[in-house]
Structures are given as C-alpha cells and as structure tokens.
Design a protein around this ligand. Structure first.
Ligand code: PLP
Length: 421
C-alpha cells in the first residue's frame, strides 16, 4: 500500500485526538467524503450543464444542476455558480467580471480582518488593482461605517467588498449598499466564513443588498473544500461587458464566463457532487440545530475567555469566531499557536486591529467553533476549553503543563466521532 495512506491515517488520528479551533475548518460527513472520492473525478466537463465542450457529460450535467438548484434553494437566490475550485477562485472571477486592471477597489484591511483576496499587496487583487481600505474603530473593534463612507466618497472605488476572515460581528449590508450607490460602485459580499449561519437566517442576509456574493463551501457551510458565486437577483451588467454586437449582457452570463473560460478549465465534478450533498444536508432542519449550536458555543467560549482575563476584540461574537488580543497577557500569537499545537489544540495566530507586530508574529489568535461543534461539543465544554487555553498561555514554556493539558484534551475528545450531526 502506498505510504500516503499511512499518512492519511496519521492525519485522521491527529484530527480525532485534538481540539480543532481553526475558524475556517470543519469536518465533513461520510457522504460528502464519498462523493469527493468518486469516479466523477475522472470526467472532463468544460462548460456548463447542457453546453459542454466534451462528450459523455449527461450524468455530470445532472450532478451539477442538482448542486446549483440546492444552492439556490438553500440561500433563496436566483443564481448560483458552483464551479469555483476555491474561495479565492470565486473571488478572482468577481474581479474579472466587474473590473479592468488598475480599477480601484475598497475592502477591509487585511490586518483588521479582511482576506488576502480583498486587496492585499501580496495577492493578485492588490497587485492588479488600486486598493483603498476601511477598518475598525480602535475603541470598539467594530467596523467604522463613517470612515468607510468617507474613504469611498473621497476615493470613489468601482467595487466595494463587504466580507472578512477575522471579524466576529455581523455586517450591515444595507449601510454598505447606501455607500456603494452614492459612489456608483458594485457591492460584493464575501461570506466565506459565516455562510452556514447566513443560510439558516442567523445572520443578516447579503442578498437583498449586494450585487454579487461569494463564499467558500468548506467553513461553516461544512461541505468540501471549494467556492461558489451567488446572486439574489440577476441584473443587467453595465460595466462595459458588452457582446460584440454591443448588447448589454446579464451579470449571470458575465459571471459564468469569468469562471469558465475566464479563470478555470474543467470543473471538479466530484467536488461539485460533494457540494450538492453538503447543500442537501444544510437544507435539513438538523443543520439549523448545528448552526445555532455553533453560535451558542462561540458566545459561550468568548464569555469563558473574557472571565479568564482574555481580551476579545469587540467584546464578543455574533458568529462562529473571535479574535483574542493577547497583548495584556504578555505573549504573542506565534508562540501561543505553537504551544497550543503541542497541547493538541489547533488555532492560528492572527493580527489584531492596530497590531504593532508583524503578520509572522502577531498579537493575537483566532478561534472558531464550527469544527468542535460538529464533533458534538456543547456550551459546558467551552468552559473547559477556555480553562485549557488559559493554562497554556500562562505557562507557555512549561513542558509539564503542556503535557497535562494535552492529556485532558485527548480525554475530552476520546470516543467522539469527527462528524456528529
Ligand atoms: N474569502 C474569505 C473571506 C476567506 O476567509 C477565505 C479563506 O480563508 C477565502 C475567501 C479563500 O478561500 P480559499 O482558501 O478556499 O481560497
């Protein structure tokens, strides 16, 4: 047997024994896994259902149509493109559909909670486009909507991005839209992180306010690793994407063309099948119970952390994640992440707003509850987790304390399947 299967087993053990607090991770069901590891991976299917560039696509056409229809039902939207290979690919398609290189965009600053694809200098979005940013207020940790409007009025971006990787509060999409309308910008929401909670109505819906919406499918949505583009309602694209005859195209046509042939070749039909399975699961009422538990767990964890003297940015959470500012504890994100990993607690170091440390060191860590909730943990377990994290943070250099925390983590997770909902 190929050694790779030994490594997969080793990784399964690591995932089973540990506490997974990385906010962007989750555990998929056996059915999602089965669809991903299926013969659908053998099939080329450039194009879209009914309009392919290869023969033999009758079955994958049904698969992809099912995925599209379930996505539309789940989010109550008119348009879905399920082909993006990842969240970043979905985002790249938005840039291609809406802008020309050199156009101006406005997104949340990476160090304040934004994502690389929202205009970071090291990403294509920051390399090919002209970037201005908004951020959060220093005192509250909340998005400064007045500053966002001020920047937009001054800079007049062609596209505004409402979305985040590390912001624990809900977004006011209506406010974003007012500003976008004032300056004539396209409004794009990236709900990669909270999509599962948005699907179940636990957070504000972006679809009435935002022109286009992207998401990943593997975070709170608990599907396979991938991306997706959604639109509440299709509309005429007036951004210069005209047909050779000068006709204005609908945005759905422009977006489909931006994904294929714009930035991708053959779609991953095995992953699209797994997306369909995950959307089917998310349509079930049990997923609502799951999503509510994710949020309750996040709120319980944030409360328990605060009661142990941790500084949670913005003082709490509305979604599945929180940012812990470690500056009052005299430790940095890098050393904390490393010590926690030794204790079988996985999370990631993260910049906090107005951080004085580099992205490689950081002053914070980001914690999320999507994965541990799938493992079956509840509010009372969040007390234990906060206590375990606190012990590690107070004893970063103590091998003894770390070993004892690891033992308790392994005991807590013993016998718990990866997938429990
Ligand atoms: N958008 C946001 C807000 C994200 O947080 C992420 C991933 O963390 C992405 C996009 C990119 O997703 P992927 O890693 O699948 O490219």
């Amino acid at each position: 047997m190929d050694i790779i299967f030994d490594l997969i087993e080793k990784e399964r053990q690591r995932q089973s024994h540990g506490l997974e607090l990385i906010a962007s991770e989750n555990f998929v069901s056996d059915n999602v896994m089965k669809a991903m590891g299926s013969v659908l991976t053998n099939k080329y299917a450039e194009g879209y259902p009914g309009k392919r560039y290869y023969g033999g696509c009758e079955v994958v056409d049904e698969v992809e149509t099912l995925a599209i229809n379930r996505a539309k039902e789940l989010f109550g939207v008119e348009y879905a493109n399920v082909q993006p290979h990842s969240g970043s690919q979905a985002n790249a398609a938005i840039y291609l559909a809406v802008l020309k290189p050199g156009d101006k965009i406005m997104g949340m600053d990476l160090s304040m909670g934004g994502h690389l694809t929202h205009g970071s200098a090291v990403n294509f979005s920051g390399i090919q486009y002209n970037v201005v940013s908004y951020g959060v207020q220093q005192e509250t940790g909340l998005i400064d909507y007045d500053q966002m409007r001020e920047v937009a009025l001054r800079e007049r971006p062609k596209m505004i991005i409402a979305g985040f990787s590390a912001y624990s509060r809900d977004l006011e999409y209506a406010k974003f839209r007012e500003v976008a309308d004032e300056v004539g910008a396209t409004l794009w929401a990236d709900i990669a992180h909270p999509a599962g909670l948005v699907a179940k109505g636990l957070l504000n819906s972006p679809f009435d306010h935002c022109h286009v919406v992207t998401t990943t499918t593997h975070k709170t949505l608990r599907g396979p690793r991938g991306g997706m583009i959604l639109m509440g309602k299709d509309f005429e694209n007036t951004y210069g994407h005209k047909t050779p005859k000068g006709e204005i195209k609908m945005m759905s046509q422009v977006l489909d063309g931006a994904v294929f042939p714009g930035i991708q070749g053959g779609p991953l039909e095995h992953v699209i099948a797994a997306k369909a399975v995950a959307f089917g699961e998310a349509l079930d009422t049990q997923f609502e119970t799951y999503a509510k538990q994710v949020r309750s767990n996040a709120q319980a964890l944030s409360k328990a952390m605060i009661s142990r003297g941790f500084d949670i940015v913005s003082g709490g959470t509305d979604n599945h994640l929180m940012l812990v500012d470690l500056r009052n504890k005299g430790v940095n994100g890098k050393e904390t992440e490393k010590a926690l990993v030794l204790a079988d607690i996985t999370c990631n170091k993260n910049m906090v707003p107005f951080d004085d440390k580099s992205p490689f060191t950081t002053s914070g860590i980001r914690l999320g509850t999507a994965a541990i909730t799938t493992r079956g943990l509840k509010e009372q377990d969040m007390e234990t987790i906060a206590e375990l994290i606190s012990e590690v943070v107070d004893n970063l250099k103590s091998e003894e304390v770390i070993a004892s925390v690891r033992k308790r983590v392994n005991e807590l997770m013993e016998g718990k399947a990866l997938f429990n909902y």
